[in-house]
Design a protein around this ligand. Sequence first.
Ligand SMILES: Nc1ncnc2c1ncn2[C@@H]1O[C@H](COP(=O)(O)OP(=O)(O)OP(=O)(O)O)[C@@H](O)[C@H]1O
Length: 379
Amino acid sequence: MKPSDQFLAGAPSAPVRQPLLEVDRASVRLGNTQVFEDLSLTVGEGEFVALLGSSGCGKTSLLRTIAGFIQPRSGAIRVRGRDITGEPPDRRGMALVFQTYALWPHMTVAQNIGYGLKLRRLARGEIAAKVKDIAALLGLSGLEERKPAALSGGQRQRVALGRALAVSPDILLLDEPLSNLDARIRLSVRQEISALQRRLGITAIHVTHDREEAMVMADRIVILNAGRIAQIGTPEEVYNQPASAFVAAFMGAENRLRLTCSPASSEAGLSRLEGAGGAPALIATFGPAASGPCIAHFRAEAAELQATAPLAEPTRGFLALAGEIVQVSFPGGFWRHVVATPAGPLVVDAPRAWAAGAKVNVHIPETGLFVFPASQAES
Ligand SMILES: Nc1ncnc2c1ncn2[C@@H]1O[C@H](COP(=O)(O)OP(=O)(O)OP(=O)(O)O)[C@@H](O)[C@H]1O
């Protein structure tokens, strides 16, 4: 067990929920691109799931497949056990909110919010009452008669959200709904969506490429890499227990060292890491001790800069390597350093600034090191 696992033993795990949506071994091909193959995912009732990944990994295609705008070549989509793979989008009990709002420009806020209800032929009075409730819920009261052109970006996105919520969907699908908003508004709309989702207990699937957005909003994060699920877990799990070098780097542990691992024969459960230029390190790694070439990832804030001379003896519980500060910057709250080391440049954060040219010892505790066999890291 890796030390961080022990720390995690007390961390909240996603509660067990009734499955609402199942994507069962779905394969999607668009033109010549195999977007994903045999992809399976279960989303629980009332759960907020974020689909996170870099551009082109297949997040939007997966969302559109769930919504019914893309038909999988094989596999099935089920809601509460019912196969809806062949059902059109409007018969799936889902509502989609787009990045671009997609509001009707000639309609007022009230007409936009009530649009789905009108299509469902609800009585006028019923529509008016529901629109009033939704407008109040989203802080849009008083703006009902405005056209979208007379609203701010944040207000427009709330109208789009209101239109989606008005039809009381089983599942709310959010396709990067915050990416057109400026940074400050994005934070407040993010909080509003989260609070509303929890209050209404609605099931939501949210596509984003913003790591922090996924971390703060979701109960579980699905990390996609080139059409494959790289890991599914709570924000704490994917952050503290990345399943692969890809996930580690994607979740911010971007420093990468190429090392050689061997089981430390003298002490069970320890691996001996060497090859970064400093003394060998004896550290606890998760799973069976890796043997052969391996890759270690760590976060800039996980390491410490020290003025002490590097040790010649094997270190226990941390990896140390000698380096020289080559660049210093202040991104806010801490100082960021680029350190030249025999293993290549590393980025290390510190509470104070070290001078360029200073000789330092980069100290990385085992709790901050994510070690993977090189064969797995490069696959
Ligand atoms: N209509 C299409 N025809 C052919 N290939 C497509 C089509 N739409 C998307 N793709 C390809 O499918 C892959 C996944 O695209 P998708 O839009 O799902 O990714 P994404 O993760 O949502 O990216 P982004 O964050 O940039 O929106 C990409 O390689 C993309 O080029």
